[in-house]
Ligand binder design. Structure first.
Ligand code: C2E
Ligand code: MG
Ligand code: MG
Ligand code: MG
Length: 290
């Protein structure tokens, strides 16, 4: 039994020292099972992408969409990315999943461009995808294959990627910038890193983490942090996106704080690709809010 528990514990990830707990073993079983399921999911076409609009406060139009992966497991149903992306990062499957996401998102974006919508596509990238030195070639190939212009692709990276001091990651970031793609720093304000990387690296946009937006309108600390992020961005020449915007009060405050782009359930939930074109004509009149 001890061997089995150890074997399972290996799959439980970091810092797990609890053994012999039946609940834990069950959890380990679930993860083991999920890993083999995850391996089959790509081939069995169990993944799909949903797209969430990002609204430009200047124009009131949808300027870009963020691609978010979904997994429909044949038995367990919909599994959120927070449950399987970390596992895919641990076992390396994130490389092929990430390729699929990039290709699918760029293909959809190219299709919408062909239909007359000038839209940017934001794609989330894991730090792991930067580490093997093949990302630039992949992005270049996918852009060529789909016909999407590089300037319409925005890669969402995290502070973990920027903190990675490996030469490969740094070089890849610079190569991609030369290709003409943009970088947006996701979940900004939640990392533990120093901010010195902000001057060294080719960033274009900061995304204020949802946890600060959800503090509005009542939490003064959240407001202070958002104000500081906007001010920092202005002096660095970055634009600012606020994510997780759920209500009108938050919209009003974020306009007041001079954010550039808003994203959240207030505007739209992430939708499957066939539902997006119907949203693209929408216009929000921010001068005439109720
Ligand atoms: P993220 O990149 O910060 O994405 C934003 C998350 O917030 C999404 O969750 C989105 O559905 C959710 N969200 C958007 N607006 C609202 C709102 O108004 N209220 C609330 N409560 N939530 C909102 P989701 O789709 O579950 O994705 C979670 C995380 O999983 C993402 O966070 C991202 O880190 C990761 N992820 C998703 N798709 C991919 C992918 O294709 N590749 C990689 N590497 N990671 C991905
Ligand atoms: Mg994101
Ligand atoms: Mg985010
Ligand atoms: Mg987030």
């Amino acid at each position: 039994h001890a061997d089995t528990a150890m074997y399972h514990a290996k799959y439980l990830g970091r810092n797990n020292t609890q053994f012999y707990s039946p609940a834990l073993t069950q959890e380990a079983m679930r993860r083991l099972n999920m890993e083999s399921n995850l391996r089959r999911a790509l081939d069995s076409q169990e993944f799909f992408l949903v797209y969430q609009p990002q609204v430009d406060l200047q124009t009131g139009h949808i300027r870009s969409v963020e691609a978010l992966i979904r997994w429909v497991h044949p038995q367990h149903g919909l599994i959120p990315p927070a449950e399987f992306i970390p596992l895919a990062e641990d076992n390396g499957l994130i490389i092929s999943i990430g390729d699929w996401v990039l290709r699918t998102a760029c293909r959809d974006a190219a299709r919408w461009h062909a239909a007359g919508f000038s839209l940017e596509m934001a794609v989330n990238l894991s730090p792991v995808q930067f580490r093997n030195g093949t990302l630039t070639r992949k992005v270049r190939d996918i852009l060529e294959e789909t016909g999407l212009d590089a300037r319409f692709l925005e890669l969402e990276i995290t502070e973990t990627t920027l903190m990675d001091e490996s030469a490969t990651t740094l070089q890849t970031l610079c190569e991609l910038q030369e290709l003409g793609v943009k970088f947006s720093l996701d979940d900004f304000g939640t990392g533990y890193s120093s901010m010195s990387y902000l001057r060294r690296l080719p960033l274009h946009n900061l995304k204020v983490d949802r946890s600060f937006v959800s503090g509005l309108p009542h939490d003064a600390g959240s407001l202070a942090i958002i104000r500081a992020i906007v001010s920092l961005s202005e002096s660095m020449g970055f634009t600012v996106t606020a994510e997780g915007v759920e209500n009108l009060e938050q919209v009003k405050i974020l306009i007041q704080q001079s954010c550039h782009t808003l994203q959240g359930y207030y505007f739209s939930k992430p939708v499957p690709s066939d539902q997006l074109p119907a949203l693209l004509g929408q216009n929000w009149d921010f001068d005439r809010l109720p």
